[in-house]
Ligand binder design. Structure first.
Ligand code: SAM
Length: 348
């Protein structure tokens, strides 16, 4: 058992799914988990020093044509109060962020058909035109190769699209039949091909998830080689069919952050809002496990509660852009440095 952990730490990979599954079993042993955590921290330091990069998250639409079973803004949640920000409102969010020193904006939203390629590309051009020294990340779901190419040409730098689970059967538990893992994966390969810094990722503890599924997630990440990886615990939303499901484990999420840091040494790895929502010290524990990105919320205050993916989602205090000073204090107290650089992936 200890051999397997040692081999993973040395080679940054294992042979197959069964070995990854066994690695996760091994990490139930506190000494093994601590060994992997310390190694993850050493690697993060080698690539990024003490830097923790800040991304201003702008949740610009909660309209969604998809019906992912876990998500509070799914199409069939008729209780969700829908909103869509105007270009002016989005630029104002960026302006507020820029004043606070932010150099990356993440435009995230549901799959909102109102945002045709033309409208989205125009939005990208407006943001990049007004803030040329800032990186722009999009996170707007599955689109065609041509659509991604248009957005890339318009100036978008990065794209976040979690694969959610790399196991076909598990994908079917989380999504309706009109969505498929193969389409999701193809989008990720297209994004890589088009030169986006690409982010994949998954929820930890989503309904029906096994260690075997997580092993598939790790193998998929190793194969895709994304520049960013977003993982956070699943948290139930009261208006979904998963309302009564238990949330994912903070401890397991933290161990997986360390495993991913070792698997993909130069990856940009956020300590996510979901982690901060389930544990008051979730962000610090994520950073202490190898994470190096935080994403405070820059959306207009009036809309924050409406982007309700899961219950009790944090959007205040240090999770909000205006809480940046106190976020900086907390991050410095934990021994890191809040970086206001663009924070591209090392070696990209
Ligand atoms: N529509 C885009 C997409 O699908 O990539 C971006 C928005 S989507 C709401 C952002 C992420 O929220 C998803 O990738 C998913 O992992 C996460 N999410 C949704 N519901 C969640 C829940 N109940 N618990 C934790 N994370 C959730």
């Amino acid at each position: 058992m200890a051999d397997l952990v040692e081999r993973f730490v040395r080679n940054h990979r294992l042979a197959d799914g069964e070995e990854y599954r066994m690695l996760l079993e091994c990490l139930k042993e506190p000494a093994a988990a601590e060994y992997v955590r310390a190694e993850a921290v050493r690697i993060r330091k080698k690539y990024y020093g003490k830097n923790v990069y800040v991304r201003g998250l702008i949740e610009f639409t909660n309209y969604c044509k998809n019906n992912c079973f876990y998500c509070g803004i799914r199409r069939e949640n008729h209780r969700a109060v829908r909103y869509r920000l105007s270009v002016e409102e989005i630029l104002e969010c960026c302006e507020n962020g820029r004043k606070l020193g932010f150099r990356t904006f993440v435009l995230q939203g549901g799959e909102d058909p109102w945002f045709t390629d033309e409208r989205l590309a125009e939005l990208v051009r407006s943001v990049k035109g007004a803030f040329p020294d800032c990186a722009l990340t999009l996170s707007v779901g599955e689109r065609s190769f041509d659509s991604y190419r248009t957005l890339r040409k318009a100036g978008a730098d990065r794209y976040l699209l979690r694969h959610e689970t790399a196991d076909e059967a598990h994908y079917g538990i989380l999504h309706p039949a009109d969505m498929s893992l193969s389409a999701r994966k193809q989008c990720l390969y297209n994004l890589k091909k088009l030169g986006f810094q690409t982010g994949a990722g998954f929820m930890v503890g989503s309904p029906g998830q096994t260690y075997q599924n997580l092993a598939s997630d790790l193998m998929f990440l190793k194969e895709l080689q994304p520049e960013m990886a977003g993982i956070g615990p699943f948290i139930p939303h009261h208006d979904t069919g998963f309302a009564k499901e238990p949330p994912g484990s903070v401890e397991l999420t933290i161990k997986l952050l360390s495993v991913i840091r070792i698997l993909l040494p130069a990856v940009l790895l956020p300590a996510t809002t979901a982690l901060g929502t389930l544990a008051h010290d979730g962000r610090e524990r994520g950073l202490a496990a190898g994470a190096n990105v935080v994403m405070p919320n820059l959306s207009p205050k009036k809309n924050r509660k409406q982007y309700s993916l899961y219950d009790h989602k944090l959007c205040e205090g240090e999770e909000a852009a205006e809480g940046i000073r106190s976020l900086r204090r907390r991050i410095e107290a934990a021994g890191y440095q809040l970086s206001m650089e663009r924070g591209d992936a090392a070696g990209f």
